[in-house]
Design a protein around this ligand. Sequence first.
Ligand SMILES: [Zn+2]
Length: 258
Amino acid sequence: MTPTWYREPSETPVFILTITAVLVLVGLTAGLTVCIVPIIVLIILVMSYGSTQAHHQELMKSATPVSPTLTPELYALVKQCERELQPGDMEVYVTNSREMNAYTFGLSTPKVVVLYSALFDVMDADELKFIVGHEFGHAALGHTWLNTLLGGMAGVPMPIGAAVLLTLAFRWWNRICEYSADRAGLLACGSLNSATRALVKLVSGPIHSEEQYDRIMAAIDAEDDNIMNVLAQSFATHPMIIDRIEHLRSFAAEKRIR
Ligand SMILES: [Zn+2]
């Protein structure tokens, strides 16, 4: 046996003391984290609530509300989408912008959908139904508040590795939410062709001929052939358009929507 009798007598008690101190500190830090996380999430939720309320107020001043008197045709279209998807209490606004975009937000009711005016220069009625239905889908499925909640959790300070993992998971969920909202858009417009054209026009802008449409479609089709695009998608909040179209095609086939 190796002789150890010459060990300095205080070595063992000090070692035990050190180990105890480490365990106590780890325990305290973990406990503190467990207590602090809900507080940080709550603070972020309250701040988000405040900023969405302010954004709503701002829209009421600067954007056009969709109403039977101000925008009768669009109002009828929005009501059709509402009947189809029953997303709950919704307010829809049109804001002046040359950008082609739409979004929804709100932690409480009514949820708000904002449509950018450029959409009306490019989309026909069925394509617009897809866009409105997509946003109603986000609202109906609770994505607006789930996004804020998950975003709040992602705001909690954490080691860089954990933050990257969390971001990847969050974005993955974001992308699946887009597929779900696209399904709602398809149900609202009832046509795979219109849903696909709406998605294509969102990236291409106006389309003037079928040849132009086929050319753009071929370019979109090649999107997922590039490995860099596929890798970049892991960090994106939205899937590639070709993936969205392919998901729509299989959902349409499943539900016999043509
Ligand atoms: Zn979306």
